[in-house]
Design a protein. Sequence first.
Lengths: 112, 113
Amino acid sequence: DSGVTQTPKHLITATGQRVTLRCSPRSGDLSVYWYQQSLDQGLQFLIQYYNGEERAKGNILERFSAQQFPDLHSELNLSSLELGDSALYFCASSVGSNYGYTFGSGTRLTVV
Amino acid sequence: AQSVSQHNHHVILSEAASLELGCNYSYGGTVNLFWYVQYPGQHLQLLLKYFSGDPLVKGIKGFEAEFIKSKFSFNLRKPSVQWSDTAEYFCAVTDNYGQNFVFGPGTRLSVLP
């Protein structure tokens, strides 16, 4: 157990639907990062939050959004889902990003 | 913008063989470097990291990496691999301000028993 908790572990949904992925960071970590891992795109950075505020944005689609709550947990919202959104979504947390990340076990999203 | 390249897409070795996985980055300033491992079906785990000081960094499970600034490289090594090292290995770099954390495309290592 890395200390970063992601739920659910698996999610199967239909195209056009909306899902929410949840991440609880390791205790004491203020930064939360979301990554998408797919076979063809590799590990892609989506977005970073630090203590409730958006800090950096990567290759995140407009259909996707995220937020970090006062208790520091974060949610990634994926809407109007397409088949190509099927991937592993990882959350990571850190005290500060130059100290390295601790990753959660991921949520496997399958869009059918 | 920073980028990270990993020389090999897939490496196949027999047990007890020596391992070296290449990693090169492009960034002109001071960097922090990392190697992560992802075992089949699992999350990424930190193997080792370099911030400053001795360019030869020792990590967990017998892995080490050497930072060669002149070559912009941070290659991962292990003298004798085991079947349990079968995994995907990712090199990553961030600038000294902790921004722009970039992962390489990964190298898949298969160790044959």
